[in-house]
Design a protein around this ligand. Sequence first.
Ligand code: FPP
Length: 227
Amino acid sequence: MNNIPQHIAIIMDGNGRWAKARRLPRLAGHREGANAVKRTIEAAQKLGIKYLTLYAFSTENWSRPKEEIDGLMDLLCKTLDTYTGEAQQKNFRLLVSGAREELPPAVLEKIEKAVQTTAANTGLTVNLALNYGARQEIVHAVNTLLAQGKKLISMDDISAHLYQPAVPDPELIIRTSGEERLSNFLLWQAAYSEFYFTPVLWPDFNADELQKALDAYAGRTRRFGGV
Ligand code: FPP
């Protein structure tokens, strides 16, 4: 029997399609997506999940129209502000994975404040993947090791130099909206993860949908290459 995973990672996909189906601008989909993030954090906390990684902005997302990027960054700033307050009340901690230095200064400032303010909280850890790319993360780890003078690199060395080395590998990765690929998300950490794909669009995701993913996970046998 598998228990509840300690780390769930989610590729939150389908905001644009959700908005299009309602003849709304794409940003309306992202706004509703932010509400789904709030619901999911609450549900994960109730279930006693320890880590929740959310793919909020990939390194490839910069190719979107400027208006959408600006809107997303603005939404992130506002959400980070709200979450920092809520995190203090609800004892959850915020972390960020990604190439922070390339983010707009306003977002960077909110991130640093959120991470510092919530650092001592002991409940759920919410790890936001922002300007995140898994190949870039691995290259960053290798370059850090080379700069330290390492000649031979082990798997443990790479794990120890990822963006958030203290976050364990996710047992379960969820992707919404019917797409079934990893899209440069947690390539290293996903080596033994279970995958759960659902046609539900991210803005419609909620506690019931999370429970369905957990039920599917509970029915899987994880063998890690053994028998
Ligand atoms: C994918 O949908 C979603 C994103 C690229 C952005 C994710 C952002 C949010 C869920 C909202 C804000 C996040 C936080 C953490 C507050 P898409 O735009 O690719 O949808 P589509 O494939 O239907 O066009």
